[in-house]
Write a protein that binds this ligand. Structure first.
Ligand code: ATP
Length: 271
């Protein structure tokens, strides 16, 4: 395996998984995962459908406990910490969350309500500072003009950007993005990749982990890669070491050719 080197104190790691397995009945969703995410790293978790990517992200998001092994997030061990408290330090963005947003909720409220850990309620007296921060985040994601629209009227790309703004609202120490570009057209994907690149380049932005199926969706500025297949780690470490045609072919079970242009990646089947 490439790149497992760090001997950092586990308490200083953002995510620390040791021999982690997740099982449901007789199905092994993840097996033998060892992973260390350090402060300011930007990780991509890549792999085919059913590889275990979302399961891994939910562990890092304190939404799931491991069946075996230990998971520490922001220095706290799952099973020994109040996960509700821990989750206030995390920003999570997923399709599951998008489905829980009431369609008639105002975009600004979707974002500002993150500070109150609620969805679909807009009666709280939001602090002026919170509202200002939410407006700034929407602007930074290029959708400041949509603050007064309702969530249900947004395009898929606009929804994704609203939810990323929401995930950033509480100034999290770890940002978790589950397939942020899923369902976007080419222009929407490229726009989102550009926004995520800006975020990755921002020294004040949180450590982040992004799950995707597609190398084309890897934003420049992301530093590390975990390749998963069949619930196991195929390779992990710095992107430039790990993202190779060979590793990609092993993860996806077919002969793939990886090309790189500037800081972007493209893959196709070898002919
Ligand atoms: N509760 C469960 N019981 C049995 N199998 C499950 C359960 N939850 C998930 N799985 C299976 O575990 C595997 C990993 O699921 P997971 O959602 O983590 O994969 P993924 O890599 O995110 O997939 P995708 O890219 O398709 O979203 C899948 O084969 C899924 O069907």
């Amino acid at each position: 395996m490439v790149g497992v080197t760090a001997q950092t104190d586990p308490d200083d790691l953002v995510v620390h998984m040791a021999d982690v397995g997740v099982r449901r009945g007789t199905t092994h969703l993840l097996t033998g995962v060892n992973w260390q995410v350090e402060v300011d790293e930007r990780w991509v978790v890549l792999g085919p459908n059913g590889a275990g990517k979302t399961t891994l992200l939910r562990l890092a998001g304190a939404e799931l406990h491991p069946t075996t092994g230990t998971v520490r997030v922001l220095g706290e061990q799952l099973g020994k910490v109040d996960v509700f408290e821990l989750r206030t330090r995390l920003g999570f963005c997923s399709a599951a969350l998008a489905n829980r947003v009431p369609p008639d909720e105002k975009v600004l409220d979707v974002v500002v309500s993150a500070g109150y850990a609620v969805l679909g309620r807009w009666r709280e007296e939001y602090d002026r500072l919170d509202t200002g921060r939410a407006e700034d985040l929407l602007k930074a994601l290029g959708i400041g003009h949509l603050a007064d629209r309702t969530f249900g009227t947004l395009s898929e790309g606009e929804r994704k950007r609203t939810l990323i703004s929401r995930a950033l609202m509480t100034d999290p120490e770890l940002l978790l993005l589950d397939e942020p570009a899923a369902g976007l057209d080419l222009g929407g994907r490229e726009d989102l990749v550009a926004r995520l690149t800006d975020l990755a380049d921002d020294p004040d932005a949180p450590t982040s982990i992004l799950v995707t199926h597609h190398v084309e969706e890897i934003p420049p500025g992301y530093t590390h890669l975990m390749l998963l297949s069949g619930g196991g780690v195929v390779a992990q470490g710095p992107i430039e070491d790990v993202l190779t045609s060979e590793n990609l072919s092993a993860a996806f079970g077919q002969q793939l050719e990886l090309t790189r242009a500037d800081e972007r990646f493209f893959a196709r089947r070898r002919t």
